[in-house]
Design a protein around this ligand. Structure first.
Ligand code: SAM
Length: 203
């Protein structure tokens, strides 16, 4: 449990994203699952992950209005690529206003991850970060998403997700085993937990 992590220095001003996020939440409550973007504390936790420092190909599922996307871009190398997949059109419009040559935004569902990677000619991601709420998906959709993530990740690659409920652990057990790391983030609305798994390199 980590209650001491302070917000990222270059964390995006979450307050400026709130009107768009709120509209997205009221129109798609089950998909968005939270009425404000993730806090600076979660952004700081993501930015501190060592796997991002050397990553070349990164995918973010459910970037929302871009709070977590900014945190990733703050630490990813200059020669990396970040492909974001977001299902809510208004969030996609907001994300498309971010000007960073490493960033590519796709409107679509994380459930089509494999097709979206193929159509963007992106090779196996080193890291996949997901904010998509597994607890509101059907068990079949959740399993499908976990299996796709596991299939497309590079050997030794990292899967990171932050969730309000722990149902993702059960879904991931068969492919990934138990999470290598869990961090509780109290300073978020609502509080959540970050989970990290590594895909075995010899699979
Ligand atoms: C809890 S919010 C996290 C948003 C943002 N990453 C943040 O931390 O502020 C979940 C996000 O996942 C998106 N989402 C939900 N289901 C999705 C799906 N099947 N494919 C892609 N995005 C999805 C929602 O629209 C929303 O933006």
């Amino acid at each position: 449990m980590d209650l001491t992590q302070s917000p990222a220095k270059n964390a995006s001003p979450v307050s400026s994203m709130i009107p768009c996020f709120l509209r997205g939440f009221f129109e798609n409550p089950l998909k968005v699952a939270s009425f404000v973007p993730s806090s600076g504390y979660l952004q700081a936790k993501l930015s501190s992950l060592p796997c991002l420092q050397t990553a070349r190909n990164v995918v973010e599922l459910g970037p929302g209005t871009g709070a977590t996307t900014s945190a990733l871009l703050n630490v990813l190398p200059e020669n990396s690529n970040l492909l974001c997949i977001e299902v809510v059109s208004e969030f996609v419009n907001q994300l498309q206003q971010m000007t960073d040559a490493r960033l590519l935004v796709e409107e679509g569902s994380a459930l089509d991850l494999e097709a979206i990677l193929r159509s963007n000619h992106m090779s196996a991601p080193d890291v996949i970060v997901s904010g998509v709420p597994f607890s509101v998906m059907s068990p079949d959709e959740g399993r499908h998403l976990i299996q796709s993530i596991h299939r497309v990740l590079a050997p030794g690659g990292t899967f990171v997700t932050y969730q309000f409920r722990s149902s993702v652990c059960e879904l991931a057990e068969d492919c990934f085993g138990a999470p290598q790391r869990r961090s509780f983030i109290l300073w978020n609305l609502p509080p959540l937990e970050l989970y990290l798994w590594k895909k075995q390199s010899d699979l």
